[in-house]
Design a protein around this ligand. Structure first.
Ligand code: BLA
Length: 506
């Protein structure tokens, strides 16, 4: 499969059917029901100490009736392939094995890994320790600093990163714990292509992947295709061989082993906890299971934090608007009042500037486009929806000459203030790469494998910079929620003012 893959077709590489596994383990696939061996990894016979080629045989004849009975019981316990059932320290051949079993479209996939000497309840111990220390972390900043440190301390990777995806699927390292001599990746951005779409989709379904040896051999699954010509789907297999492109990426970085855990917030892949080790590293079944549970916990924890932040943002907007409404009754010139309120309004959303386009008059505060372009920008807005908030992180999509002022404003969040296509409140953000440089060690060079230097972090950062040229940081859902609260609230302020004036006139 590797030969058909190149850098231009990254998101088409079928990573769930690589045709091989990582060779520190063994895989056997059986037909459901009669448990007859359909396929196996080509190391199976030797590693498990079997008397003959397993293909076509009853699994019970190879590993014993008792184990197959236990495997069937384990299977019956789990209704989803997402979480294979686990069995610890099973004797077979000359050693003990940890076994994971799951069923995928009627095929039973049994994976064997050398048993570890972990105590029986070490999974719970590790997961409990991680969860207990994370529970009290509710500030995004402390959380992103502490979580990598906790995971590093418990699993011993040389580097642990918290990687957050942006709305455009590019990503940023927002937290990092590492051994001191390594170059830091904290704060660096990487393009969406570094973790292509099919990988992001798979990482929602299967939330953990361990790459034990980025330079290690793989063990082919045979036969590659079944009677109907299908390869074996390894979406949920722990031992799935990883994309050769990604392995080259890791090797170019000097990484020997990696592991990543998905963090899913509201059904979307929010980010990854990505771990690197500079030598091969196998996780025990207990460690891997604990890491998987920790990922589940972190996903729920971040989801709760997200909901809390949204609620707080709405309350903040509401409080501010109520205050404005209260002050309003003493003000007769609503336009003047709104203009004066710009500094206060600008605190509601992370932005570089705000501005009010009201009755054809422009009032800026902070960093905004030049006044001369505002009539044109307001005209562009009037062609868009009047009753909804509009957000863009690339003003040049709407106005070709916007590239000229990206240093002042590259993205806008726009709140239409009246039903008429006329009045708008703008929030602006500058181009995001204006102030960014690769923060790493300038003397550090990265290796380059057969597929070229694109697969190295510094080149990848350069590609990201090229992609986002002229763009601002995208507006988040929180930003839009605040803007929507402002849309309703400010219209209310204006309406109330009209009513006050009318009442006073009577
Ligand atoms: C997978 N790419 C990944 C993964 C990460 C990254 C974390 C998940 C697998 C793992 O746990 O190791 C990316 N890793 C990074 C980044 C940093 C890091 C950005 O440490 C930054 C410090 N990758 C490319 C390009 C392609 C590509 C150009 O850079 C394709 C054109 C492909 N990456 C790619 C594929 C996978 C992947 C196919 C899936 C691997 C798999 O699960 O089989």
């Amino acid at each position: 499969m590797a030969s058909s893959v190149d850098l231009t077709t990254c998101d088409r590489e079928p990573i769930h059917i690589p045709g091989s596994i990582q060779s520190h383990g063994v895989l056997i696939a059986c037909s459901g029901g009669d448990m007859r061996v359909l396929r196996c990894s080509d190391n199976a016979e030797q590693a498990l100490g079997l008397a003959s080629d397993p293909i076509g045989q009853r699994l019970a004849d190879l590993v014993g009736e008792a184990l197959v009975h236990d495997l069937n019981n384990a299977l019956a316990k789990s209704s989803t392939p997402r979480r294979p059932s686990l069995m610890r320290s099973i004797p077979l051949g000359s050693r003990l094995w940890d076994i994971a079993v799951h069923a995928q479209a009627g095929t039973v996939i049994v994976e064997f890994e050398a048993a570890s000497a972990d105590a029986p309840d070490s999974t719970l111990e590790i997961a409990r320790a991680l969860i207990a220390r994370t529970q009290s972390l509710v500030e995004p900043k402390t959380l992103s600093q502490s979580v990598p440190r906790l995971l590093q301390a418990l699993l011993g990777y040389d580097r642990v990163m918290l990687y957050e995806f942006a709305a455009d699927d590019s990503g940023k390292v927002i937290g990092e714990a590492k051994v001191p001599h390594l170059e830091s990746f904290l704060g660096q951005h990487f393009p969406a292509a570094d973790i292509p779409k099919q990988a992001r989709d798979l990482y929602i379904k299967n939330t953990i992947r361990v790459i034990s040896d980025a330079s290690g051999p793989s063990s082919a699954i045979r036969p590659e295709r079944d009677a109907s010509g299908e390869p074996l789907d390894l979406s949920y297999a722990h031992l799935r061989s990883v994309s050769p492109i990604h392995l080259e990426y890791l090797r170019n970085m000097g990484v020997g082993a990696s592991m990543s855990i998905s963090i899913i917030v509201n059904g979307r892949l929010w980010g990854l906890l990505a771990c690197h080790h500079y030598a091969p590293k196998v996780l025990t079944m207990a460690q891997r299971t604990a890491a998987e549970l920790y990922g589940d916990f972190l996903s729920l924890h971040l989801t709760a934090m997200h909901h809390r932040r949204r609620a707080e943002a709405s309350i903040r907007a509401r409080v501010l608007l109520d205050k404005m409404l209260a002050e309003m009754s003493f003000q007769h010139d609503v336009e003047q009042f709104l203009r004066q309120s710009l500094p206060t309004i600008s605190t509601l959303v992370a932005c570089d500037g705000v501005g009010l386009w009201l009755n054809g008059v422009w009032t800026p505060y902070g960093s905004t486009p030049p006044a001369a372009v505002m009539p044109r920008l307001a005209k562009v807005m009037s062609g868009l929806a009047q009753n909804a908030v509009m957000a863009t992180h690339a003003l040049f999509d709407l106005m070709p000459n916007a590239m000229a002022f990206v240093a002042e404003a590259a993205g806008a969040l726009v709140v239409p203030l009246s039903q008429l296509p006329r009045d708008y409140l703008f929030f602006f953000r500058k181009e995001k790469i204006q102030t960014l440089e690769w923060g790493g060690d300038p003397n550090k060079t990265y290796a380059s494998g057969p597929m070229g230097d694109r697969l190295s972090p510094r080149k990848s950062f350069a590609v990201w910079k090229e992609i986002v040229k002229g763009q601002s940081d995208p507006w988040s859902e929180d930003d839009r929620t605040t803007a929507e609260a402002l849309l309703t609230g400010l219209r209310e302020v204006i309406l109330r003012h009209t009513e006050v004036l009318a009442a006073e006139r009577k």
